[in-house]
Design a protein around this ligand. Structure first.
Ligand SMILES: [Zn+2]
Length: 214
């Protein structure tokens, strides 16, 4: 039985080449057209290479985080509370069951104060995502499952997570911090996570999603 042709056509496409197209803002479909393959072949190739191609519908989440970073000249560790204060968002750290990360109701954000600091920061950035992306924030509660199983969550949750990731771990700041590294080891992840005030797990996910091989 002959193997599907699509896979062979992408055999000589390098990770760098694919990454460049993505950074130029090309979508799955546009890249598929360039190589004359079906759209799923591009998705599979990106997955094999450890690259995440954001669908165009995810761009608003990315751009919203970048816009705030420019507006407030944010540098890691991102001062989330400054942004909230300036934007009229009220943040309350409160008691919740362990399974609840946080919630948003209008411009009031509640964060589980019993979670680790880095976890609280991610939850806060996630709730801010719902606010700035104009999701329905008429009492929205996030449990921990949302964060663990990103692939299974709704588009709204994925957007809020991407917003949070870019706000806390901007791609350009990570690229700059890692530009002289040939290999990224556990120590690098831990020191960078401490510098950005995020968890090592969140940072590892983020690095893989933007194309680093760990
Ligand atoms: Zn959410």
């Amino acid at each position: 039985m002959a193997r599907p042709r699509g896979r062979d056509k992408l055999k000589h496409v390098t990770k760098e080449e694919l990454q460049k197209l993505i950074e130029a803002g090309k979508s799955h479909s546009e890249i598929a057209e360039i190589y004359n393959v079906a759209k799923p072949s591009i998705s599979r190739k990106a997955k094999r290479e450890g690259i995440m191609i954001h669908e165009k519908k995810m761009y608003p989440a990315l751009f919203a985080a970048q816009k705030l970073a420019r507006k407030y000249k944010l540098m890691p560790p991102t001062d989330l509370e400054l942004v909230c204060e300036q934007e009229g968002l009220h943040v309350v750290f409160s008691e919740f069951a362990p399974s609840i990360s946080g919630m948003i109701e209008g411009n009031e954000i509640y964060i589980n104060k019993n979670h680790s600091k880095s976890r609280q920061r991610f939850s806060l950035a996630h709730e801010m995502g719902h606010y700035f992306l104009k999701h329905n924030t008429n009492k929205h509660v996030d449990d921990t499952v949302m964060f663990r199983k990103n692939a299974d969550s709704s588009p709204m949750e994925k957007e809020a997570n991407l917003f949070a990731a870019e706000l806390l771990m901007p791609k350009n700041a990570l690229d700059e911090a890692l530009k002289d590294k040939e290999n990224i080891d556990t120590d690098d992840i831990e020191s960078l996570a401490a510098e950005f005030e995020v968890s090592s797990i969140a940072l590892s996910f983020r690095l893989q999603n933007i194309g680093y091989q760990l």
